[in-house]
Design a protein around this ligand. Structure first.
Ligand code: GCW
Length: 669
């Protein structure tokens, strides 16, 4: 029987490596939990499920003296062990350490958290160690997250459709809540907790006011009962005009005292039902959503009204910076232009949430220049996990590459080495409120994400939000071993597929810094002829001039980046057409002309997909049949669509450039 993908990376199949199995059997037959709480119960359940599955035996809960595996908070350790572990202990409330020691002649593994949630995170880490066949002897791990809020944003509507969702309907069955708790909610919480995700916004940022009705608050309360043991806090997206829509107030003007009162009352009501409610996520004055500017007020004015209500309960407000005007100007400049002057004016419990790039989740963008430019405002990174512009759930694209490229980008803030990651994790500008959000790719299809490899993007987002220093390779390896296979050659091959997949996609869709060549509305497939305002192709050349002779978006970057992007010779070729309008005959570093390079890249992308197909077929025997065939079929579709992208774009650009498409770059099928 094939695997249906429901168990994600928490498969816990029996260990087939006999030597490793024997070691585990010897050391992991029994466990002890010190203390009691729902979170510790969740840890115990996971140990039984995880080790029980991998050892194919019952794991017994026993006394402290007999336990081979001890799960405990640091403060509950006996004094002698506290002394022994003093250096391992971290004061981080989500931190933990794992240590293998000899205690009174017996080997014991300790999983020790500062708080219960640390014990649970440590438990998942330990299970991952066994799942990836890590060495148990001498185990010594110390870990804590680098970022405070590690969050999924669902774009799920209350009617269960999912905006930009490609994996079925929303997992939230609002019609059944609060009375019926779907088992999937628990597995969702387990999966998130296993990768360190500790917050979710459950509904679309294009928000229905109804989420704030008492009816929905009770449904939400039922969800928090499931989330709480797993350390997951609840956010909701709200509609700025809710006071009008729900209570018939004549206005939602943030300066009207009755509006502030309305939010105060509503927030009090929420906390009376959900005492640990985390806060609101808001899309305002963006793509038609209502907001403070409807009343001539600023983003700060709007955000602070909500933040004030929330602060009375230690709640948090996340205000999105995804704004643009569509007035024929260069819209990539809008978020920066609107928000930089507001720095320092938001209340302390406000996050500004900024998309990774200044445009809109394109296959490749430079990092958003807002990172580094808001020194006095906590800023939350927003990545997209769902593949709106990167192949829906049809294309195999491992997004760790995109996330890492952005996080590693040097912003040169204050003239020093200052990667985006250090702005996001707060170390560079001394922020204590930090966060990273990912727009979820989860739906109610059996395997959660549609494409089996799209699970890896959920996984990798969580792992990077926890620790942005992990490499994309390392995360891929973990995920493959937990999900697909342990056979070393197959693991290597799948890693190679995943690692190369992102660049292939960029190449067959939008190489050299091109953007938004996708069709209008649904964004599936190419329609460059509708997108002239993004690529600006004409008979002389192609690309968007964002230098000082054009829209001057380069001015939003600090030196020396500004100069680097400004000059065509120093601008990275991967972003060339993002920043420059370049003649077709321009000489690229490869020796090809720009036109030839474009043709080369598109073909290279198609070849890349064909190569992935061959690589996948070569490991046929190491993958369960159902998964193998599903991915194989999807790769065939991806190949067709890569060809579709290449041909549509090159045919179209060829008509404009009046240049023929050279066939020499085309590999045989
Ligand atoms: O990428 C665009 C999407 C919209 C989305 C918007 C946003 C939720 O096409 O569907 O709306 O971004 O991020 O607000």
């Amino acid at each position: 029987r094939g695997d249906d993908g429901y168990r994600l990376w928490l498969k816990y199949d029996k260990i087939t490596d006999t030597a490793y199995y024997r070691v585990c059997q010897q050391h992991l037959q029994s466990f002890t939990i010190v203390g009691s709480s729902k979170t510790l119960e969740a840890a115990a359940k996971e140990i039984k499920k995880g080790l029980g599955g991998m050892l194919a035996t019952d794991i017994k809960e026993v006394s402290f003296r007999d336990g081979q595996l001890i799960l405990t908070k640091y403060k509950d350790l006996p004094v002698r062990l506290k002394k022994q572990f003093r250096q391992d202990n971290s004061s981080h409330e989500e931190g933990y350490f794992i240590r293998d020691i000899e205690e009174k002649g017996k080997r014991k593994i300790f999983i020790v958290g500062q708080e219960d949630i640390g014990v649970l995170y440590g438990t998942f880490h330990f299970l991952r160690t066994v799942q990836t066949r890590g060495r148990l002897e001498g185990l010594s791990i110390r870990n804590a997250p680098k970022v405070q809020w590690r969050m999924l944003n669902h774009w799920d509507n209350l009617n269960r459709t999912v905006e930009r969702g490609y994996a079925g309907l929303s997992i939230w069955k609002w019609d059944e809540l609060p009375n019926k708790i779907d088992e999937r909610y628990v597995d969702y919480a387990r999966a998130n907790s296993s990768i360190g995700i500790n917050a979710v916004a459950v509904n679309n940022v294009n928000a229905s006011p109804n989420i704030l009705t008492q009816e929905y608050l009770e449904k939400l309360a039922a969800l928090t009962e499931v989330f709480r043991p797993y350390g997951i806090r609840l956010f909701i997206s709200i509609n700025f005009a809710s006071p009008k829509a729900l209570s018939g107030l004549p206005t939602a003007d943030p300066f009207e005292p009755e509006v502030q009162r309305w939010w105060d009352n509503k927030v009090d009501e929420i906390y009376s039902i959900i005492p640990d409610f985390a806060g609101f996520l808001v899309k305002a004055n963006s793509e038609g959503q209502p907001g403070p500017q409807d009343y001539g007020r600023s983003h700060v004015d709007g955000a602070n009204v909500l933040a004030r209500s929330l602060a009375r309960h230690n709640g948090i407000l996340i205000w999105r910076a995804f704004v643009y005007e569509n007035k024929g100007n260069d819209r990539v400049k809008d978020p920066y232009d609107e928000f930089v002057s507001l720095d320092g004016q938001f209340l302390p419990n406000v996050f500004v949430q900024t998309k990774n790039g200044p445009l809109d989740f394109q296959p490749r963008e430079p990092y958003s220049p807002l990172f580094g430019a808001l020194p006095s405002t906590p800023q939350m990174m927003e990545f997209q996990i769902t593949q709106e512009y990167t192949g829906f759930s049809t294309h195999l694209v491992y997004l760790a590459k995109l996330y890492k490229e952005v996080l590693d980008s040097d912003t040169y803030t204050d003239g020093q080495h200052a990667p985006v990651a250090q702005i996001v994790d707060g170390t560079l500008q001394g922020q204590s409120m930090t966060g990273m959000a990912g727009v979820s790719n989860i739906g109610d299809v059996q395997n959660w994400t549609g494409h089996p490899f799209a699970q890896a993007n959920w996984y990798t987002f969580g792992r990077l939000a926890w620790d942005h220093e992990l490499s994309s390779k390392q995360i891929a390896k973990e995920w493959i071993e937990m999900t697909l296979t342990h056979e070393p050659k197959a693991v290597e091959t799948i890693m190679a597929i995943m690692e190369s997949s992102y660049e292939h996609m960029v190449n067959y869709m939008m190489p050299l810094g091109l953007t938004v060549l996708s069709s209008g509305g649904h964004h599936y497939g190419p329609q460059p002829w509708q997108r002239a305002g993004f690529h600006n192709a004409n008979k002389d050349g192609i690309g968007y001039n964002r230098t000082s002779t054009g829209s001057n978006a380069v001015a939003q970057y600090t030196e020396p980046l500004r100069r680097k992007f400004e000059q065509v010779e120093t601008c990275p070729e991967s972003l060339l057409l993002w920043f420059h309008h370049v003649p077709w005959s321009y000489h690229m570093r490869s020796g090809r002309t720009l036109w030839e390079e474009l043709c080369f890249k598109y073909n290279d992308g198609v070849d890349g997909v064909r190569q992935m197909q061959q690589q996948w077929r070569a490991i046929h025997h190491q993958i369960d049949t159902a998964t193998f065939e599903q991915v194989d079929r999807l790769l065939a579709e991806q190949e067709d669509e890569a060809v579709w992208w290449r041909d549509a774009c090159l045919e179209y650009f060829s008509q404009i450039s009046k240049l023929a498409i050279p066939t020499e770059y085309e590999a045989p099928r």
